[in-house]
Design a protein. Structure first.
Lengths: 362, 362
């Protein structure tokens, strides 16, 4: 069996090895069923239990009450970018966004198909290297909803507290790249959504946590697949859902619970990221690119003293079994994505490699 | 390792065992990469090769030229039900449908959100137990496109030839339940689409084969994710695609090629279904429900002499290791789904079981 590498990919990303082990077995036959997990009917008893357990463990992990619906939908966060405004905007209606980078901008672009977009704050003036503070955010008073991106995968920034729009204004959060990496106050949100392929599972499935009154207030007359109420009523099985993705997500939920839940996960993630940030702060060759108060514990972005050094570094790191460190094509430099499933020893290996690279290229 | 059963599920359905074996290995590390197939970046070299090979083998299997785009999309056939009319219909525009059952009706319902629906033919008068002949279909002359469902999973009927709307009218086909089970003349269609979970792979991914001029003529101003042109331009990687589904579909394409391609597949499927239909025609307890000229080689629907016998039969068959035989909840009775990957010996086992059940309950 080929050795597995420390994979720094930003997504699809590394998954917990116990989950992969379970999936390999389930692929051939799930539990005692004699039928592989890919081959089970989504309406059969085995899969019904899988999806019910996934919902229950999701609720347990984040303390989510019955006033919220847990949905497993297809199309990733990119589908939520338009499905939310299609549900609640319309002519003359506005949504108010905090713009912290590429993903906020994509969400704003799709919202603009259905209504007006208001920019409540933006960190574009400093190349998205920081997160605006609550004082720097001016929500539009009559916006139908407010929206922010909790972690910017590309710039390596992360909100450290939840922004606070007026209490009557539902707050929507794209948490694709930091969901369940730390405790989250779902009650402060109208909706939290996340593509699975960073912290939760494979690509091709999104987790949507949605306050039930918002489901009811959504626009009608839309295609069935684009109505949250249709999916909610059918328990995410209006059409054949992505069963394997739901199975894996359920296994990841169990794994997080085994790690001690979201508090424990946050502690591990914060200590893990600190190993890398501490080195970046003392290095004379490498430097972090995000402002210190806005640093992400999920995506650590950094530069070296020259683009030539960066190219050699990425090449040599890949050869040394540390793949996936190239920064997003839109910003260059390096990025270490160290989501929940990324092991601490992988970060230590990276820092050791950086130290020796710096020494060698002094 | 638990023994695998003959799984008659209508979808998600049985997959070829060599594909499952390959997937189990790839889950831990794909080829020599040291990274599992779920964890590979969709923009990395390994996955780029996976998707390029899948497209190439799809073209090879069905002889699809460069005038058609091959797309891997999320949301299943249910998303195509609305994405097609959203792309080509509008106020005052009509699509003309052959209604052969539940799935045709669902497609018609979603089309009606965006334009007018014309029923060119329907077999509802006989509970969808037959496929209208070409002579029985009256397309609306000014329809923007024509639509049919090549195989009705629920009633167990299948078109034996492609319907022929006026040559200038693009013909759309929902081939979810019989795609690549036999040769298909893609050139006779504007678009062929299929949810993967019956003949092609896991749920959560749809194959869309689309004539390029139709992509260009589609409505603009829609959300990015709902525009075929956006997905075509990005090679199905506009957002993170369902990478595992694409990998599995690619492996299934290779497996079909190894079986001898679509001609060989058709021969196997037709002989396989005949074993069951021949028995149904001679049995005094069981009878097929579809009209003989409209019988599906994918889903064989049948009834017994009483509902009590049917209930016992399904229960005893399941206990004997033949699960998934219960008919769709909307029609009752029994259904044996015997897609490409379903082995002939499983059909023989079913017929043997039916014979002994009939003998025992005489």
């Amino acid at each position: 069996m080929t050795e597995r590498l420390f994979n720094f990919s930003a997504g699809p990303a590394i998954l917990p090895e116990p989950v992969l082990e379970a999936a390999r077995s389930a692929l051939w036959t799930f539990e005692d069923s004699g039928i592989g997990i890919l081959e089970h009917s989504h309406r059969g008893a085995y899969f019904t239990r899988v999806i019910e357990e996934a919902v229950a463990n999701c609720r347990k992990l984040a303390g989510i009450g019955e006033d919220y619906e847990i949905l497993f939908l297809q199309g990733g966060a990119s589908t939520q970018f338009f499905m939310a405004p299609m549900s609640w905007l319309g002519n003359g209606k506005t949504a108010s966004f905090v713009n912290t980078g590429t993903w906020s901008k994509k969400a704003m672009k799709e919202a603009n198909v259905f209504g007006d977009v208001h920019v409540a704050a933006s960190s574009e003036d400093e190349n998205f290297s920081y997160i605006p503070t609550n004082d720097e955010i001016s929500w539009q008073d009559n916006a139908v909803y407010a929206h922010y991106t909790s972690n910017n995968t590309i710039a390596g920034t992360q909100f450290t507290s939840i922004p606070t729009p007026p209490s009557s204004m539902p707050l929507l959060c794209d948490a694709s790249s930091d969901i369940f990496s730390r405790p989250i106050d779902i009650g402060a949100h109208g909706m939290v959504y996340a593509g699975a392929q960073k912290n939760l599972g494979p690509s091709g499935i999104a987790l949507v946590i949605l306050r039930k009154d918002l489901i009811e207030s959504a626009n009608e007359g839309l295609p069935s697949m684009l109505q949250y109420r249709v999916h909610a009523k059918a328990g995410s099985c209006f059409n054949t859902p992505p069963t394997f993705g739901i199975y894996i997500m359920g296994e990841v939920f169990k794994w997080i619970l085994e790690q001690g839940g979201l508090d424990a996960m946050a502690k591990i993630n914060s200590e893990k990221a600190a190993i890398l940030y501490d080195f970046l702060d003392e290095s004379e060759m490498f430097r972090g690119t995000a402002r210190k108060d806005s640093r992400s514990n999920m995506n650590v972005t950094f530069r070296a003293n020259s683009e030539e050094l960066e190219a050699s570094f990425i090449k040599e790191a890949t050869a040394a079994g540390l793949p996936g460190l190239k920064g997003h094509r839109s910003v260059g430099g390096m990025r270490a994505s160290i989501y929940n499933a990324f092991p601490t020893k992988g970060v230590t290996a990276l820092v050791d490699f950086m130290k020796s690279f710096e020494q060698k290229n002094k």
